[in-house]
Design a protein around this ligand. Sequence first.
Ligand code: GLU
Length: 438
Amino acid sequence: MNKTVRVRFAPSPTGALHVGGAHTALFNWLWARHNGGKFILRIEDTDRERSTQEYEDTIMAGMRWLGLDWDEGPVKGGDYGPYRQSERLDLYHKFAEQLVEEGKAYREGTAIIFKTPSGVPLAFDDVVYGRIEVMSDTLKDTVLIKSDGMPTYNYAVVIDDHCMGITHVIRGEDHISNTPKQLMIFDALGWEYPVFGHLPMILGKDKKKLSKRHGATSVYEFRDMGYMPDSVFNFLALLGWSAGDDKEVFSREEAVSLFELSRVIRRAAVFDMDKLDHINQEHLKLLDPMVRLELVEPFWREMGLPVDDHGREYLAQSLTCLEGRGKTAREAAAYSDYFVSFKPVKERYDGSDVDEEQKATLRRFNGELLNLTDWKAAAMEEFARSWSAENSVKMRDIAMPLRMALTGMKVSPGVFEVAGQLGREEAARRLRHFGFLD
Ligand code: GLU
C-alpha cells in the first residue's frame, strides 16, 4: 500500500511571501492535492533575530490569498505539532544527545557538532534533477546545535521531515547542495530518506535573479496591482511546469488533476509579467459578473468614484460592457470610470475639438436619437446609419463626438452599447454639457 503523501512548505518568517516562496508552496500544495495527501506548513523560525510574528502572519495571509490552504500547521494544529521550530527544541536536543552518545557527534562548548564520516557516498534520485551523488569527504563537520541552543537549518529540517512523516521534500534548487548534508544525518539516525524534488530557479526576462525590477516580488503586490488570486496561481504553476498541449489558462481544479512532479522542468523558469497580464485578462473574462464587480470595486473607490450611487446590477453590467478590456482589475476600473461618474469624462474632454457647425449637426442628430422609442444599442446603431446616409454625414463624425462626450476616451466599447448602458437621461445630460444636444 502506498503511503499517504505528506509534503511541507517550510518558510523562515524573515520576510514577506515572495514569488520564490509562493512558487514552492504552490507546487507542494498541488502535489498534496493531486494525491489526496496532506500539505503541512512549518515555520522555520530558528533565526531568532530575524524571525518575527508579523512576517509569519504575512506569509500565512499571502498563502490564504492564493488559496493554498494547509492541513496541518500553526493556527490549524495537527497530530505532528508543534509546527514552529522554536517550539520543538526538546526534540532537536534529544536526537543531538543521542548522536553524541553514539559517538557520531561531539560537543564544542555548548554546541553540538556532527562528525562527517569518511568515504561514504551520499546519493539521492532527485525527481527533477536526476541522480545526485557526492562523497562525504567533500563535506565538513556540520553544526547541529549552536552555542545558543538553537538547531541549524540542515539539522532541524531532517528531524522535522522525519518526525512529521514527510514523504516528499519539494523546495528550491538552491537547497540541492544542502541535501547531502541532510542525508548524512538521516543515515546516522537510521532513518529513510524522503523523496526529493528540487524546483528550478525563477529568473527575470533578462535572465537575472528575480528582483523588484521585474515587477511584483511579494504576493501582496500582485493583489494591489489588481491581479486575481486565480491568475497568480495559474501563472506561478506555469513556472517550471506545463499542463500539456501549450495550455496556458487553467483553473485550480485542472491544475490539481494535471500536476505531475516528474514533469517539472529543470531549466530555470522565466518570470514574465506580460504572460501574467494575458492570463489575468483571460481569468477576468471567465468570471461571474458579480464576482468581477467585487474585484474591481475597490479600485473605483480608490479612484474616488461614487460607487454607492449605483445599483449592483448596473455596475456589474457596466463591466460586462468592457468585453474583456483591461488586463487587471485596476485597469478594468480605469477603463470603465465613466460608467460610475461623469466627472472623469469632463476632466479628460472639453468638447473644444468640435466647431459650431459640427455642433449644430450633432444637435440635430442627437435630438432625434434621444427620441428613439427603443433605447437599445442595436436600434440606436440602425438609426445612426440611416440618419448619416440621409444627411450625408459620415458615421464617424457623429459617433466619435458621442463617444468623447459619454466616455472622454477615444477608445471604448461600442458607443451605442455605452449609451444604452448609461441610460437615456444620463446620456442626454452629458451631451448637453458639451453643447451636443439642445
Ligand atoms: N526554511 C528553509 C527556507 O526557507 C526551508 C528549506 C526547505 O524546504 O528545506 O529556505
